[in-house]
Design a protein around this ligand. Structure first.
Ligand SMILES: Nc1nc2c(c(=O)[nH]1)N[C@H]1C(S)=C(S)[C@@H](COP(=O)(O)O)O[C@H]1N2
Ligand SMILES: [Mo]
Length: 219
């Protein structure tokens, strides 16, 4: 039996847990959801908004092609079966859109950028990548940003084929940059010695697009 003389009531476990959480957040520790995980100026969404130029290309698996060219040793044109023949890569990452929504824990499957690079072998002069899409959209990245563990050509999201609105059958996903750097309906990846700005990058969006530095517009 409990000692009735000492105190009345039970500790409020929920309140204590909340206070401990606040204390951790105030100290700025990492790994606390809702603080360090959310880049400045962003808010969390549960849904996945559709954002694009309003041109919805019709690309199906039977006609899909990806050309990888420019300053690489082994240019390739992959059709759907070629893509499927590559090692499957799975990863979970957060989306950060410049329009201020973020979506956590997106489960992706596809072909990793690391694998693609091992196949095409960029030449020493190659320092930038330009993505071309079927709707006429383009976007650019330094090769060093594309060449990251979490970057992929994604074919599924949450276990389902990526739908047409979200860039299916194949879109790029670059978690460490604002989402406009992740080309939907990608059809060509070009390796370049000099940087070449893409669609939004020539229209006032920041060239680097790091959400943690809030590189939204300008530069
Ligand atoms: N091909 C293509 N890719 C694109 C775009 C586009 O208009 N065309 N828009 C970009 C922008 S601005 C955003 S925010 C994301 C939106 O992707 P979603 O519609 O799947 O959310 O795609 C990016 N990739
Ligand atoms: Mo966007």
């Amino acid at each position: 039996m409990a000692d009735e003389t000492d105190h009345e009531g039970e500790p409020d476990a929920k309140l204590i847990a909340a206070k401990e959480r606040w204390a951790r957040e105030a100290r700025g520790l990492t790994g606390v959801p809702g603080t360090d995980r959310l880049p400045p100026g962003q808010h969390r969404t549960e849904g996945w908004p559709v954002l694009d130029l309003g041109i919805l290309p019709r690309v199906d698996r039977s006609t899909w092609q990806l050309a990888v060219d420019g300053l690489i040793e082994n240019p390739v044109i992959w059709r759907w079966d070629d893509l499927q023949a590559q090692p499957v890569f799975r990863t979970v990452s957060d989306i950060h859109c410049v329009t201020s929504w973020s979506r956590y824990d997106n489960r992706w499957e596809g072909v990793s950028a690391k694998h693609l690079l091992s196949v095409v072998r960029p030449a020493p002069e190659a320092r930038f990548v330009l993505f071309h899409s079927s709707d006429g959209y383009t976007t650019n990245l330094p090769l060093s940003v594309f060449d990251d563990e979490d970057v992929l050509l994604a074919t599924t999201w949450e276990g389902e084929p990526i739908d047409r609105d979200h860039g299916g059958p194949v879109r790029v996903m670059v978690p460490k940059r604002y989402f406009w750097k992740s080309a939907k309906w990608v059809k060509r990846i070009e390796f370049l010695a000099e940087d070449k700005r893409g669609y939004w990058e020539v229209r006032g969006y920041h060239n680097d697009a790091d959400p943690w530095r809030e590189e939204r517009y300008g530069e």
